[in-house]
Write a protein that binds this ligand. Sequence first.
Ligand code: ADP
Ligand code: ZN
Ligand code: ZN
Length: 826
Amino acid sequence: MDRKTLFVNVILPLPVPGTFSYRVPMDLNDSVHVGQRVVVQFGRTKIMSGLISEVTEKVPDFEQVKYILGILDEKPVVNSMQLKLWQWICDYYLCYEGEVMQAALPSAMKLSSESKIKLSDEFELDTMALSDYEYLIVEALQVQPKLTISEVSKIIGYKKVMPLIKTMIEKKIVVMEEELDPKFRAKYERYVALEEEYHSDEKMHELMDELTKRAYKQLEMVMSFFVLGGDAENDVIASALLAKSNANSTVLKALVNKGVFKVYEKRVSRLKSFDALTDVSSIQLTDKQQVAFDEIHQGFADGKPVLLHGVTSSGKTEIYIKLIQEALDKGRQVLYLLPEIALTEQIINRLKKYFGDKVGVYHSRYSDMERVEIWEQVLEFECTQSSKYQVIIGSRSAILLPFSNLGLIIVDEEHDSSFKQIDPAPRYNARDLSMILGRFHGADVILGSATPSFESYYNARQHRYHLVSLTQRFGGVEMPEIIVDDMRVERKRKLMQANFGSVLVDAMKQTLADKNQVILFQNRRGFSLRLECGVCHWVPQCINCDVSMTYHKAQNIMKCHYCGYTMAVPSECPSCHSTDLKMHGFGTERVEEDLTAVIPEARCARLDLDTTRSKNSYQNILDNFKNRETDVLVGTQMVTKGLDFDCVKTVGILDADNMLSFPDFRAHERSFQLMEQVSGRAGRKGEKGKVIIQTYQPTHPVIQNVVSHDYVRFYEEQMPIRRQYCYPPYYRLIMIKLRYSDYNRLNTAAESFAKRLRPVFKNNLLGPEYPVVSRVKNQYIKQILIKFDRNDNSMKIKELIKKEIESFKRNNEYKTVNISIDVDPI
Ligand code: ADP
Ligand code: ZN
Ligand code: ZN
């Protein structure tokens, strides 16, 4: 063996440019590979794990190169395709590889000196043969339940700590402490069991006799219990029992009170297992779907991404399933991206029905161990009959998995903003990255939506994407009827009950009387109070931008969120001179409360951030609604996402104006998307549904386009405004935010930074300005927005910005000012 001296470049989990060079001990020469994790010392005391991005003989140009302390993996955990993507992300989104690595690796793979270990539940001292070091750690953990890696290293001397911990994890002696979001941890199902007393036939007959006379509904439920296979040993799922006996939970409660049944919760597998898989060839596409399907292939053959613009319920998912089968037949991997919230069991089970265990789910809030398992399976993917997880369903971070042979990427609901990571860096957009990743793998890419983002539709119009349209719902179901209810008329005639107009109240009553269900949508976003004339409903608008002015309470001033233009709070309406200027806005909680007052018999549930914080709550609320234990679902945009309920016949959009006047150049686009999407929940099966939009602006072009379900006209009306005000998709945006605790220092810092860039960008640099929320967690924020033509050389522009930021950071005066960059902010 020749005695080469090798060096490795290591990506460390730090927000700094570049990689760090270390020397490889000679005896490890044959064991170092790109993509492995190594343990290194950083600075004087810190030990960290990092990732090898390069193995080289080139001697680094500084002295005293440290040795790597150990190698964590036998085989690489990251492949070259990923490293290429990370590099691309850094260049495009102006961030650092360490940040991308942090976002990509599941936390169990990111051991750091602050990571903690604890004894595993499965560990039993006497059944385990322990090495001396292992024994020392176990002993320490019996005194102090959690140890950081640095504490462990103090106990045993740090050189071997990481490999040791790794084997201890593999031997199930210790586990890494995970931070879990408990609501995604496990699924619990309610079960109904027969109480001991009624196990005897005699007692049961007595009960039945009694129920026959006075409580027929309860009798029916007891019978259904037996029909469903329940007895002394076997329990029955509560929702199935309710459905079978066609009763509600009060009946069940009565039987529980009588001591007949008891109800308990049991943990069940998140995913149903499917004994018999359904063959994809059993899906018969309709003629229209078949045409679309062929056109999609045409686009792929031309080497273009496809934009599938299909109305809600047109069968986009069925088409995806067919495409997935084709990719699997070619032995390739599939990535199916979905918005964060829409990652429900509905869609997962639908895919599992066809692809069984080939489907894996990767979600940022699944437990870390589940994510590591998926990561490893994807990494080791080799196509065989039984290979698991060939199809990954995931939210945005799934784009960072170690795919080696992607054949197809699907981005469903591509318009959704959750594909964009906002904080922390890397602030990437998984939809846009899918184009890049697709190119690296030679994979087909399909974006689907009923309401495409303007960016994607523009790309399709420019022939960068291949556009395919599906304009009819499956099964001849008609698009819902949209009724616009003029709130001015309702108010004038004093027909309003709380925030409900008479049209909506009547429709809800009728729907509930028909034993159908209602969804009420109110998209209240906390900080944006709007000022409005109580007489003519004038709303102050910015003179420079196509957005409404926002009231800033602390400063008592009207301000534009985008360019910083300010004006005094008007004391009278400039258009009708009324002094009746009012603050507006009400939220979902208020709607729920009002509903109880207006229709007391309606069983109502609320789906928003506040009600879904606790364990299982999101899925429970949806399950209860699906099982028809609730009649009305009130919610924020959470209720708009891909949910498929059979009995929803009425959808109410309570305050369309609130969305339309949101201070953002995308407000109209978003409003259209939200209204169209939530409308899509009405009447998916059987008879046509009804949507009631409550508004003070019944002739508003956005609303008129929702009424006619005319996306294309809407797009064509809005795009000239985007061009006029230099917004995407014609222009690209880069948002730079500075944060600091001291108001004055932040001001000087922001101004000095802007001054360096202003000569280059001139009027296309806006700010520095305070955003609507100008202080968060005691940090003041100032933002600078840069616009440039999409045909400009963006790499050159970004290089320049990057250079300025690096030199800004080196300036001692501003060192502590936090600066963040958001490329393509949304
Ligand atoms: P989208 O994804 O466009 O909202 P889906 O694929 O969910 O539409 O289709 C809506 C409903 O119609 C689903 O219940 C689906 O099973 C059914 N459906 C659509 N196309 C077909 C088909 N070709 N054969 C059978 N059922 C279909
Ligand atoms: Zn007025
Ligand atoms: Zn403005």
